[in-house]
Design a protein around this ligand. Structure first.
Ligand code: SF4
Length: 449
């Protein structure tokens, strides 16, 4: 198809698995590909380029990739589409993927997004298959890729660091994303100013361990100071960040929640297990007492602070008693929501060597019990918001009804209410009329002062 610029435009379909970091990486891929005249399509069967952006953190990652590749084989045969695998599985499997899938054209490692157009050009012009999984020690892979005019949004992710030095015993991130690397603050602030000029109201700062921001960069500022400078940027109304490691949650960062008006009162603080014995085996570097102290301090500064977390059940050696301690922690903290997973082995990690693996059936039973307890807590918390007025940043039309708009409270709860498209990008007062397990219903207050 010939586009407005008189150039042949092609279509790219990206299938994304896993975390927000991966979602943002897919967005970065779309941005770099626009320079090569590839525009996004939501239909794989009309794509000239299909990218599968993978995640190793969730269960059965390789299995998912191979079944997706099987689905797209036909598009390759019918349209000659170029097929690539990106993300953590690409990084980990590398050439093995090309060996196993003869119709796969590209393997794009976690540090190769900025050179994706070069890799693509190579495939297009030579027909040769490419695999790029080197680690870029200088960190140029993190450089800003500015959005083009075709992607206006209310909120945007901004990567501030990548990789991790913690080596938790179950996690592949240090192996597939590399060691911790922060971006220079000037570059991050520039990117956010640019986003603000284009109408972005909320930024979510991304990294595997954002509170470690600045480590290893000469003469750089720390994470609380970075937040404070973003707080000054005109046009930005809300700041969020994810993910934080409890060990690195400093007093200065906790205090930032009371000092910075744009920093939203929500923190995602994974605890992974409520048992000190299991935390030690996970190499997490904190105790349950110290985790609880941090939550207490956060709530002392911001009583309305919403807290969400990640938790793993069935880590090797987890006994009934350890699991009960996890449930006790959940009841004590009263999380707003939890992302809960059954432990599953990741190749190359320390925990993969442990021989006291928990039976699958027990893991599943524990997960069901835990999720039911959390479901009740989340519902109770959402019901408690009924009758309150919340500031909602309006994001767009609700998925539930095209008569409704959807947005989020400062505490990151999703709210649906009757409204129109003119509200998109505005912060409006909404009185909450009903709390559900996963969202809130409300009505917009027209005459609120
Ligand atoms: S802190 Fe632990 S779980 Fe988080 S990315 Fe680093 S190694 Fe993985």
């Amino acid at each position: 198809m010939v586009g407005e610029r008189g150039l042949v435009e092609k279509k790219v379909y990206i299938e994304t698995y896993g975390c927000q970091m991966n979602e943002h990486d897919s967005e970065r891929m779309l941005r770099v590909l626009e320079g090569s005249f590839y525009l996004e399509t939501k239909e794989p069967q009309e794509a000239d380029l299909i990218l599968i952006n993978t995640c190793s953190v969730r269960e059965k990652p390789e299995h998912k990739v191979y079944s997706a590749l099987g689905r797209y084989k036909r598009v390759k045969e019918e349209r000659g589409a170029i097929i690539g695998v990106a993300g953590c599985v690409a990084q980990q499997e590398g050439l093995r993927l090309l060996d196993r899938v003869p119709y796969l054209d590209m393997v794009i490692g976690t540090h190769a997004i900025s050179i994706l157009p070069d890799l693509l050009r190579k495939v297009e012009s030579t027909g040769k298959r490419v695999c790029e999984t080197g680690f870029d020690e200088k960190g140029t892979y993190l450089k800003t890729i500015f959005p083009t005019d075709s992607l206006p949004k209310v909120k945007s992710f901004v990567t501030i660091m990548q990789g991790c030095d913690h080596f938790c015993s179950y996690c592949v991130v240090p192996f597939v994303r590399g060691r911790e690397k922060s971006r220079p603050s000037a570059e991050i602030l520039d990117e956010i100013r640019h986003l603000a000029e284009r109408g972005v109201k909320e930024v979510c700062l991304l990294g595997q361990n954002v509170n470690g921001y600045g480590r290893g960069l000469d003469q750089e500022i720390g994470f609380p100071e970075l937040l404070s400078r973003i707080n000054e940027i005109e046009g930005i109304e809300r700041i969020r960040f994810t993910t934080s490691h409890p060990k690195d949650l400093s007093n200065a960062l906790i205090k930032a929640f009371s000092d910075l008006s744009k920093l939203c009162e929500h923190i995602h603080l994974p605890f992974q297990s409520g048992s000190d014995r299991i935390l030690e085996r996970m190499h997490r570097g904190y105790s349950i007492v110290s985790y609880l102290e941090r939550i207490e301090r956060l709530r002392a500064f911001r009583p309305e602070m919403a807290v969400t977390a990640d938790v793993i059940v069935g880590f090797p050696g987890e006994e009934e008693e350890d699991f009960n301690q996890t449930l006790n922690l959940i009841r004590k903290v009263q999380f707003d929501d939890l992302f809960s997973f059954k432990y599953s082995t990741r190749k190359g990690t320390a925990a993969a060597q442990l021989d006291d693996q928990v039976e699958e059936k027990i893991k599943q039973q524990r997960l069901v019990v835990l999720q039911e307890i959390q479901r009740e807590i989340t519902l109770r918390k959402n019901l408690a918001v009924e009758g309150r007025t919340e500031e909602v940043l309006v994001e767009g039309i609700s998925k539930q009804s095209d008569q409704d708009m959807t947005g989020r409270t400062r505490t990151n709860k999703s709210v649906n209410f009757q409204g129109d498209l003119q509200l998109v990008g505005k912060v409006v007062p909404v009185r909450i009329t009903k709390g559900f397990a996963h969202s809130l219903r409300g009505e917009r207050l027209l005459n609120a002062s």
